[in-house]
Design a protein around this ligand. Structure first.
Ligand code: SAM
Length: 162
């Protein structure tokens, strides 16, 4: 962990909040979802069981909740085309590959720790604003909102090329 790195703890309601967000914003327009850096797989489990999606975790950690498919791997943007939607909830090192996947597929990212630009000391809101600027520059349609949960709680989500 470098000097600019700050560890953060997520709100325990974040999986419920984000699963509900996915359903409200993307509904039945998506089916196959990647929960990138999904850790234990709690978000994927909710998306599958409560909302009937087909979501799997992509994470180098090889342990997680039962009943959730996982690819034990680091995520790279070339995996995006296999899915309808890419999600990074507090995705640490996978932040940039999730963000860059927006050239291929819609993405949802809730940044947490500063794995976006280690040359600057950025909190998660500043990271989200930087990601928004990145999308402005590259002509990707996006929105940024604050989720109803404790910080880090800023979500940036995309809809493809403008
Ligand atoms: C802060 S945890 C978040 C886990 C989960 N999304 C949550 O909200 O509880 C970050 C996760 O990123 C995973 N990770 C780190 N580098 C990754 C990479 N390159 N690709 C995919 N996952 C990665 C770690 O193994 C860890 O499970």
């Amino acid at each position: 962990m470098g000097r600019t790195q700050v560890r953060c703890h997520g709100d325990e309601t974040r999986f419920e909040v984000l699963a509900n967000f996915v359903y409200e914003h993307y509904g039945k327009s998506v089916k196959y979802i990647a929960d990138v850096a999904g850790g234990q797989g709690m978000l994927a489990k909710l998306l599958n069981k409560k909302y009937n999606y087909e979501c799997e975790v992509i994470d180098p950690r090889d342990e997680g909740v039962k009943g959730v498919e996982r690819r034990v791997s680091e995520y790279t943007p070339d995996m995006a085309s296999y899915y309808d939607l890419i999600i990074g909830l507090h995705p640490d090192e996978a932040t940039r590959p999730v963000v860059e996947s927006a050239f291929e597929r819609p993405i949802i990212v809730v940044p947490c720790c500063n794995f976006w630009d280690k040359s600057r000391k950025l909190g998660s809101k500043a990271i989200a604003e930087d990601i928004a600027l990145f999308y402005e520059k590259h002509g990707i349609a996006y929105k940024m909102e604050t989720l109803p949960m404790k910080y880090p709680n800023v979500v940036v989500y995309t809809f493809g090329k403008k």
